[in-house]
Design a protein around this ligand. Structure first.
Ligand code: SF4
Ligand code: SF4
Length: 440
């Protein structure tokens, strides 16, 4: 099969410190869980329980308040022992409920009750997805029901694209999820397609994982209800998974195959599985597959972790550190967000947690630019990261090069290749977006 790709820049990204992708390990249930009232970059949920209240596993504890806000649920049974002000990895001040685990579990260890969904209207599906607090399980974590309803004003057809593109080895958790919960990922994609009223599903798969793509497609054919399906093989060069680079590759496929996708709605496998659980199991997001690793971690592994588990506990379950880490962050070293405190919890969007040593990528000794031009060579949107970085430092933000700064999607390629270890993408994204790039 033909492999589609973006035309310029990018990097082959390898990292020997990521966990192996063969299986997941179930993390211990947290004795103390920390449940933030906002777990994405939207507005905060309103708490509907108080200190001293008993909460059940999966119980609604924070109600979303309008656009950009999502419901929040307890992930273990127990008592609310405190409300704290919590600083998230992105630097936002957040409020969190601290729950001490006690009592019995409603769902864990019990046979799963399956609820049929085929007769439900798109409106009812969206309502349930909203009720169970489903947000994108990566990036900025937009509420999924809002993403679906915003598409309805579009005149042209649109396509749900399931992003099974593993261009960054730190997406190991999503890969293991696809392998271990392939039925949930596929049926969740089909449910999402019906809820969003799309006209087609495309599985965008890195060519290195084409076996997985064939399995996803075969599985989807039995549950899609006649919805057209396609698999598009794309390159594994980073940042192929980004919206812009993926749209380019899909455009090439459309031309070659003579099909029309229209606008694309991108979902990751973890989000599709969460949609499945909300609709078929009537279950909010209780846990997340997380890749735990980095050179400072003794035993890197992919773990299935309860939301609210403190990051320090996860590292302890991986054997602790080989030496004092220089940098601890969530996400991927390419786009990591520093962890302020090891008591910070895993949230719905946490797909990776890593700790690295002095001298490894990210723990940088910044030197001067040597003018090598490597950053320009890898920028997939043909920006000049060196110029932008120096302009920001000099507070001179004008001219035709600067006018294109908003096209930066924070992929981090420039920063990875810079021999002087300058914080190029971090500085550009912070300057242009105030810390968040919304185009990944
Ligand atoms: S982070 Fe921005 S400037 Fe750097 S390579 Fe990516 S798109 Fe280009
Ligand atoms: S890669 Fe780094 S050292 Fe080379 S030109 Fe770009 S900013 Fe300067």
């Amino acid at each position: 099969m033909k492999i589609y790709s973006f035309p310029w820049g990018g990097i082959p990204f390898e990292d020997m410190t990521v966990p192996p992708r063969n299986t997941s390990v179930v993390a211990f249930l947290p004795g103390i869980s920390v449940i933030p009232l906002v777990q994405h970059t939207g507005s905060r949920a309103y708490p509907i329980v108080s200190v001293g209240d008993f909460v059940k596993e999966g119980m609604l504890v924070g109600r979303g308040q309008g656009p950009g806000s999502a419901n929040v649920h307890a992930t273990v049974p127990g008592r609310v022992v405190r409300m704290v002000s919590w600083k998230m990895a992105e630097g936002h001040i957040n409020d969190a409920l601290v729950i001490r685990m006690e009592g019995t579990f409603e769902k864990l260890g019990k046979p799963e009750e399956i609820f049929p969904w085929q007769g439900l209207s798109f409106y009812e599906l969206q309502r349930l997805i909203s009720e169970y607090g489903i947000v994108e399980m990566e990036g900025i974590g937009r509420p999924v029901s809002e993403m679906f309803s915003s598409l309805h004003s579009l005149k042209e057809p649109y396509t749900l694209v399931l992003r099974c593109v593993f261009d960054d080895p730190w997406l190991a958790a999503d890969y293991v999820l696809c392998r271990e919960r392939i039925k949930a990922v596929v049926e969740g994609s089909v449910i999402a397609a019906v809820a969003a009223r799309v006209s087609r599903i495309v599985f965008a798969v890195s060519y290195k994982e084409q076996d997985l793509g064939a399995e996803l497609l075969a599985e989807a054919e039995s549950v899609s209800g006649g919805l057209p399906l396609s698999m598009v093989l794309v390159s594994s060069r980073y940042p192929q998974r980004n919206r812009r680079e993926l749209e380019y590759a899909l455009g090439l496929y459309e031309k070659k195959e003579g099909v029309k996708f229209g606008s694309s709605l991108f979902l990751g496998p973890a989000t599709a599985a969460a949609v499945h659980d909300a609709i078929k199991l009537k279950k909010p997001i209780l846990d997340r597959y997380v890749a735990v690793g980095g050179g400072a971690v003794k035993t890197p592994q992919v773990m299935k972790v309860r939301i609210g588990t403190r990051i320090g506990e996860i590292f302890a379950e991986c054997g602790g550190f080989v030496d004092k880490p220089k940098w601890i962050a969530t996400g991927s070293p390419l786009r990591g967000r520093a962890v302020v405190d090891l008591d910070e919890p895993v949230v719905k969007t946490t797909y990776g947690v890593f700790a690295i040593l002095e001298g490894q990528m990210g723990s940088t000794v910044v030197r001067n630019c040597i003018g090598c031009g490597e950053c320009r060579m890898v920028c997939p949107v043909r920006l000049d990261p060196e110029f932008l970085f120096k302009s920001i430092a000099a507070k001179q933000r004008e001219g035709p090069v600067w006018d294109r700064a908003g096209e930066c999607h924070g992929c981090g390629c420039c920063e990875v290749v810079c021999p002087s270890r300058l914080p190029l993408s971090t500085t550009i994204v912070n300057s242009v977006y105030g810390g968040h790039s919304d185009v990944s």
